[in-house]
Ligand binder design. Structure first.
Ligand SMILES: [Cu+2]
Length: 110
């Protein structure tokens, strides 16, 4: 979950992690009665608002994984989020076999 406590909107422009060659911002959309995910160029975080990354919603897609052993239950890896105004924020992603009930930031592998 990304909170924006500022008075102006911010934008998540990109993400990266040392464990993958590429990390993309994705969203799920309904298209012809089918859920489909697509790459989004950025995610706007409204002033005083929040955006949830969760299964079937916005998520980070990790591509070209360098070390799959870090993607097992209980492991953690860093991820850096690049914001238009707030700059870089590095968070630690906890790998969980079961998706959490409430929306938590997570990555998934292809
Ligand atoms: Cu995806």
């Amino acid at each position: 979950m990304i909170h924006n406590e500022g008075k102006t909107a911010d934008r998540l422009l990109s993400v990266e992690s040392p464990i993958s060659g590429e990390a993309q911002l994705h969203e799920h959309v309904m298209q012809n009665d089918m859920m489909k995910m697509q790459h989004v160029p950025s995610v706007e975080i409204p002033a005083g608002g929040e955006v949830t990354f969760a299964p079937m919603a916005y998520h980070v897609m990790l591509l070209n994984l360098k070390d799959r052993s870090l993607l097992s239950d209980g492991k953690r890896f860093p991820m850096t989020l690049h914001f238009e105004k707030s700059g870089d924020v590095t968070v630690e992603v906890a790998v969980q076999k079961q998706a959490p009930e409430d929306g938590q930031k997570h990555g998934h592998a292809q």
